[in-house]
Design a protein around this ligand. Structure first.
Ligand code: GLY
Length: 304
């Protein structure tokens, strides 16, 4: 399963734009299928799909990341392996084309779970990862959106120009979760965060249990939404706990998780979930969420 953000998605006004998003999602899903058909693990599929979404400028992650209050890109990402709860995360990183790949290096090549800002970037160089130039990230759309946010002295959650409490916005993040034929689960989430956010602000995406979670005994989850609400409700782990403690399946646990998110913090956004049996589920409190899935090797499906 993959997602590319939640909200009203009023920027998807015409058929052509809608098709562009849906084709991108389906292409990423088919790539994930290929990775696993060639023997790749759930972790490899999740990382590969998240990387492709980071490479597509229409999504708020990687090269399409939004700009902070200083007109800079600061990105967050995490990856988790359901086999042993191994996890890696990076926060407030700059000039990294694929933060999800750096998160994986934190998981496999360091003794830590999370590295932030300059320390994470030094670690990237230490691992031989090339830094991407500034112009790789500054798309005309993002500069326009940043100027608009500054003009109106507000924080915006993604492409749209409406105010913070309106549904006319897109809560941008990308995510990929997978289950391989061996029954292993993995999850990855990556984001540029919120337009005009404070320098140093970190959202839910790199927080294990909030924006991402994977455990072979329960499920894999990736979240997209207003990060502060997803952190306060620890939504991804909460959904896993519904499965662990109440023996729910993915569909029941997603429903229970979305009910909890709404009731406790009026959370805005959504989640994708795959349980240990390979059942796929999604839920969101916004009008739409760009997402897609391949269930039990069937057709790829993409939806808003
Ligand atoms: N969910 C992305 C963020 O709030 O940064």
């Amino acid at each position: 399963m993959v997602h590319g953000g939640a909200g009203a998605l009023d920027n998807v006004k015409d058929e052509k734009t809608a098709v562009r998003y849906l084709e991108s999602i389906r292409g990423v899903l088919e790539h994930g299928r290929q990775v696993m058909e060639l023997g790749g693990s759930a972790l490899e599929a999740a990382e590969a799909c998240a990387s492709l979404l980071e490479d597509d400028p229409v999504f708020n992650a990687g090269c399409g990341s939004v700009l902070n209050e200083n007109g800079q890109v600061e990105m967050d990402a995490a990856i988790m392996d359901g086999r042993d709860l191994a996890a890696g995360a990076v926060a407030a990183v700059q000039n990294i084309a694929n933060p999800v790949q750096l998160a994986r290096l934190v998981m496999t090549e360091s003794e830590h779970v999370m590295l932030i800002a300059e320390g994470a970037m030094r670690f990237a160089e230490h691992c031989g990862m090339d830094l991407a130039p500034d112009h790789y990230f500054f798309t005309p759309d993002r500069i326009e959106q940043y100027k608009e946010a500054r003009l109106h002295h507000r924080i915006m959650l993604d492409h749209d120009s409406s105010d913070e409490d309106s549904e006319d916005q897109k809560y941008g993040t990308i995510g990929a979760i997978a289950r391989d034929p061996q029954g292993n689960l993995a999850a990855a989430t990556s984001t540029g965060g919120i337009v005009n956010k404070r320098m140093g602000r970190v959202g839910d995406s790199p927080i294990i249990g909030a924006g991402v979670y994977a455990d072979n005994e329960t499920c894999a989850v990736s979240a997209t939404g207003y990060g502060e609400e997803f952190m306060r409700s620890v939504i991804s782990k909460t959904i896993a706990d519904f499965i662990y403690m109440q023996e729910m399946d993915a569909v029941e646990a997603t429903r229970a998780g979305i009910e909890y998110l709404t009731r406790k913090v009026r959370g805005r956004g959504g989640v994708i979930v795959i349980d240990r049996e390979g059942r796929c589920s999604s839920g969101f409190t916004t009008r739409k969420m760009i997402h897609g899935w391949i269930e039990h090797g069937g057709e790829s499906v993409a939806r808003f």
